[in-house]
Design a protein around this ligand. Structure first.
Ligand code: G3P
Ligand code: CA
Length: 244
């Protein structure tokens, strides 16, 4: 089973920052997950929310700030750490950081609230660093995945599903993902069942589960034979995996 550091090693470092990604790279894990939006001046920036307020000492929407303005804000948590490494990074900063590492980067296109028109830019940047084979592109916005696919269908794409939405039966999810033609079902831990995992596997689909932070859920995911978990606690996940 693969381990993805969710927003980097985000239990100990500010999420979606170079510091959190650097820590993740010190661990024997398989991937890093991050979230991408677009700034006012068209830069692909790595941050989770549409609004900067939860993670940075400022207010306002990502789309209303230029990159320079966004990078003037300090992160809200973990004040003991090096401030320069916990500004809003660009996707390019992260690609440069990981390009020679044997690790998968899961780029989540956060286009479900605001559609930023970022698909071409993301693929161009990934290709600039020759990272096509090390990238999984995901989104809750399945229309956005279709746009990505229309540009280049040879990437690995992951369809995100959340528990709050109407995907109650495993059959629904697997059928939906099959129709979308994605590589993986990226699903919340509340929705995943052993039956779904088996059905997905028999349909040649991977199952990646978020956000798996508690040991009891980690063990359950191992039992379900999921392909990967996203966790804020990659070190804890490594410990749980070594119990076997
Ligand atoms: O990609 C898995 C997970 O990150 C999706 O949820 O809200 O943490 O971006 P969220
Ligand atoms: Ca995410």
């Amino acid at each position: 089973m693969e381990i993805f550091a969710h927003r980097g090693a985000s239990s100990d470092y500010p999420e979606n920052t170079i510091l959190a990604f650097k820590k993740a790279l010190t661990l024997p894990i398989n991937g890093i997950e991050l979230d991408v939006h677009k700034s006012k001046d068209g830069e692909l920036v790595v941050i989770h929310d549409e609004d900067i307020q939860r993670t940075f000492k400022g207010r306002g929407m990502v789309e209303d700030y230029s990159l320079l303005e966004l990078q003037s804000f300090n992160c809200r948590k973990f004040e003991f750490v090096n401030n320069e490494l916990c500004k809003v990074p660009t996707l390019e900063d992260v690609l440069i950081l990981i390009k020679d590492k044997n690790i998968t980067l899961n780029i989540e296109a956060k286009t479900d609230q605001i559609h930023y028109d970022l698909e071409n830019d993301v693929l161009e940047l990934v290709e600039k660093y020759n990272m096509k084979n090390n990238v999984l592109i995901s989104s809750f916005n399945h229309k956005c995945l279709n746009i990505f696919k229309s540009i280049d269908s040879s990437y690995k794409y992951g369809a995100l599903y959340e528990a709050e939405k109407d995907f109650a039966s495993e059959n629904n999810v697997v059928e939906h993902a099959k129709k979308l033609g994605v590589y993986s079902i990226n699903i919340s831990k509340e929705l995943v069942t052993k039956e779904m995992v088996d059905l997905a596997h028999s349909n040649n689909l991977k199952v990646y589960v978020y956000t798996v932070n508690a040991p009891i859920i980690m063990r359950k995911m191992i039992e379900f034979d999921v392909d990967a978990v996203f966790t804020d606690y990659p070190e804890l996940m490594l410990e749980v995996l070594s119990e076997k």
